[in-house]
Design a binder for this molecule. Structure first.
Ligand code: BGC
Length: 751
């Protein structure tokens, strides 16, 4: 037989190019053998708390995924049961590995305050390694919801208010969890909550979001798109209505945007019982309708507390011809592909002895300390009270309900975090001062949530008995007396573990309980006060910002938080974090964010309320250091660029010099902001479009370079209803917070 050139090409090239992906091939082979009931099992995910009767469902292939099992022995037992099912398809175990698994890192809002994507990536790589060691394959993170209302409790779980910073942190988390490809120490990431959850009305958790198209495309969607571009393997749908269409039944979101426009190839899981809640939303008529509408919208897997609507109704809907087997297959396929890519068909079980070695490994604890140091934000340091000097400050009073509260400082979503392994602020300071110093501790006040939290049942500690009135007065007096005796008082105030997080919205931003009273009483002693905040949202510290010389925002800093705070207070580490969120003066200013539109003359901006200025207490991007920095020599490589050239990939390059003019080494986050002066729609007063955290020795100077291209400058125009890159004049500012004043400009000119 003679083969011509085309045939030869077809023989050598085409077969290779047309090779189906091995994961898809395996998934298709399984689909050919699965019964309808087993297929529905693969798209059903159940919570599996101890004692729940799930064995039978696992053995018969009626469930494909479980969440909330964290014990490697139990995971192995369940995988053995799954191996007894007809086609021996392993289970995929999911869990909320949000900011660490056993070694707890600072909460995500804190990690974002590091402005250090490499740090974030490294932390999630450690979290993945610990989770995978016990047999968990799938993390329900990153949470990338943009939030501009600190009343919303879940603001703590995201990267704050800004889409550009949010996208950078989202990418870093996906890379940390999944690696370049999902290896034995990685887990599948799940970007959530798609989409718009952060805009819940009034900051009330789960409340409806009404988001204009412009805000969706320009503010809320970019971090999701970044996660998809970084290869995120799964997506979780949000609970709430987005512009009257529940996210979990929203085909425009799940199909048109996610799959068609962004090319997402993984699978979508509903949030817990979000399919069932399509009925109370007033969207679906009943459970069967809810399942059909979620499936049709593009929800591959239903996460549910009990038998879900997928499990209960989809088989009859297939029989009744309301949904085809082909549609069910399409939902199952990417889930099976993920199981193949995770290597579960090769090794589903884990080595329990190895798991014990990996959890809380010494190097993980070091990484958690460094992360807490790099996340902290020095909000104020009048008269350079900080850093403390062990020679001058030998008598310390450490005061407050968060000073020695190991679980509380872990923040929410830290179920495996162990109080016994946690270094509190008090312990950190005691260790740092050693024998030379005297540290007196007084709790001062007791704080409590006035309503229970849904997470109370998962707590590994018992809440203390409430103090009587007399005891409360006595404890407050003890704290004041301790402050009087001290050279310096370190007040550790803020929120308990479940005062921030899911179902932890607040109508006030005041320091909970009688903490403000404690603060004022301690300040009144005349002893210099350092306020350390342990919390998950900006709180009302307007009084403190006038009367307390030093304020350090530690967030919920995690397992090693106390060691980190102590290093920062004594200057062994230098604060370099920056606010990823605008800090309001009080709740009346929210929602508040730097990137707003200018709707009147600039000088009138500050006068929008007659009873108070509308400026925030601390600007987005703000954060001090023990070093001093000068940013200078802003230069643009050109003042004009043709619009078409930029569309084809050319960029405006911007450089500045940053110098440490202080006497100690430190970090500065150099930030680039952009404003488009005119166009088819009004543009925000300024938007972050570049940043870099640099470390500098005293007198050291570095040049920082940024590039602005089409990705940074295009936006969704509300007038034209599409993304545009417009030939206009652009302002740029570079500096050390969102008030940056070093200014330049350039023009995009028509071709
Ligand atoms: C939360 C999700 C979480 C899920 C599983 C839900 O209530 O909204 O963020 O991943 O529970 O724990």
């Amino acid at each position: 037989m003679r083969l011509g050139l085309p045939a030869l090409v077809a023989f050598f090239v085409l077969p290779a190019a047309a090779q189906p992906d091995p994961a898809t091939a395996k998934a298709n082979a399984l689909l050919a053998q699965l019964t309808l009931e087993e297929k529905i099992g693969q798209i059903s995910q159940f919570f599996a708390f101890p004692g729940m009767p799930i064995d039978d469902a696992v053995k018969t292939g009626r469930v494909g995924s479980l969440l909330f099992v964290t014990d490697p022995k139990e995971i192995n037992r369940l995988q053995d049961l799954a191996a007894q099912s007809r086609l021996r398809i392993p289970l995929i175990f999911g869990f909320d590995v949000i900011h660490g698994f056993r070694t707890i890192f600072p909460v995500p809002l804190g990690m974002a305050a590091s402005w250090d994507p490499a740090l974030v990536e490294g932390a999630q790589a450690i979290a993945a390694k610990e989770a995978r060691a016990v047999g968990i394959h799938w993390s329900f993170a990153p949470m990338v919801d943009i939030a501009r209302d600190p009343r919303w409790g879940r603001i703590v779980e995201g990267a704050g208010e800004d889409p550009y910073l949010g996208a950078a942190i989202a990418r870093a988390q996906v890379k940390g969890f999944q690696g370049d490809h999902i290896g034995a120490d990685h887990v599948l990431a799940c970007v959530k909550h798609f989409a718009g959850y952060g805009a819940a009305e009034g900051g009330r958790d789960y409340d409806a979001s009404n988001i204009a198209d412009t805000q969706l495309w320009n503010v809320h969607l970019p971090p999701f798109r970044a996660a998809v571009q970084a290869g995120v393997g799964s997506v979780m749908s949000a609970y709430m209505d987005l512009n009257d269409v529940p996210a979990t039944g929203n085909r425009w979101l799940m199909h048109d945007v996610l799959r068609q426009s962004w090319g997402f190839k993984g699978f979508v899981v509903s949030d817990a019982d979000a399919v069932k809640s399509l009925v109370p939303h007033g969207f679906a008529r009943d459970g069967a309708d809810a399942a059909l509408r979620a499936l049709h919208a593009g929800i591959n897997m239903e996460m549910t507390f009990g038998p879900g609507d997928y499990a209960k109704t989809l088989a009859s809907s297939v029989e009744a011809g309301r949904v085809s087997v082909g549609q069910i297959d399409d939902a199952v396929r990417p889930i099976l592909e993920a199981k193949v890519r995770l290597g579960l068909f090769d090794t589903a079980k884990v080595d329990e002895a190895r798991a014990a070695r990996v959890l809380a490994a010494p190097e993980h604890r070091v990484a958690a300390r460094v992360a807490a140091e790099r996340s902290a934000v020095l909000l104020r340091n009048e008269g350079s009270l900080l850093p403390l000097r062990p020679t001058a400050h030998t008598k310390l009073a450490v005061i407050g309900p968060l000073a020695d509260a190991p679980y509380d400082q872990l923040g929410s979503w830290a179920f495996l975090g162990d109080g016994a392994e946690t270094v509190t602020v008090l312990a950190g300071i005691r260790a740092k001062l050693g024998a030379q110093g005297a540290v007196e501790f007084a709790q001062g006040v007791q704080i409590r949530r006035t309503t229970p939290s849904i997470f109370d049942i998962l707590k590994r500690y018992k809440d203390p008995e409430p103090w009587s009135e007399a005891q409360a007065a006595e404890e407050l007096a003890k704290a004041v007396a301790a402050a009087r005796r001290a050279d310096v008082a370190v007040l550790v105030l803020g929120e308990l573990q479940y005062m921030s997080g899911e179902q932890a919205s607040r109508s006030s931003l005041d320091l909970p309980g009688r903490q403000q009273e404690l603060l004022e009483a301690v300040v009144a002693t005349g002893t210099p006060v350092v306020l350390v905040l342990v919390n998950g949202r900006p709180l009302n510290i307007a009084w403190a910002s006038r009367h307390v010389p030093a304020i350090l925002e530690a967030w919920f800093p995690g397992t090693q938080g106390g060691a980190a705070v102590a290093s920062l207070l004594f200057g062994e580490a230098n604060p370099g974090g920056k606010l990823p969120i605008t800090w309001p003066k009080h709740v009346g200013q929210v929602p508040i964010y730097y990137s707003h539109n200018l709707t009147q003359k600039h000088e009138d901006q500050a006068k929008r309320y007659w009873d108070d200025p509308s400026e925030p207490l601390y600007a987005f991007g703000h954060g001090l250091s023990y070093a001093k920095f000068a940013v200078s020599a802003l230069a643009l490589n050109r003042s004009e660029l043709a619009q078409g050239a930029m569309s084809r990939g050319q960029q405006i390059e911007i450089s500045v010099d940053v110098e440490n003019t202080g006497t100690v080494a430190g970090d500065e986050v150099v930030q680039l902001y952009v404003h488009q002066r005119a166009g088819s729609a009004s543009r925000p007063i300024r938007e972050l479009k570049g940043f870099e955290r640099v470390s500098l020795a005293p007198r050291e100077k570095k040049t920082v370079r940024f590039a602005l291209g089409a990705d940074e400058l295009r936006y969704w125009s509300g007038a034209l209803r599409r993304f545009v890159l417009e030939p206009e004049t652009f302002d740029v500012w570079v500096g050390t917070d969102s008030k940056a004043s070093l200014h330049g400009s350039f023009k995009l000119v028509p071709d």
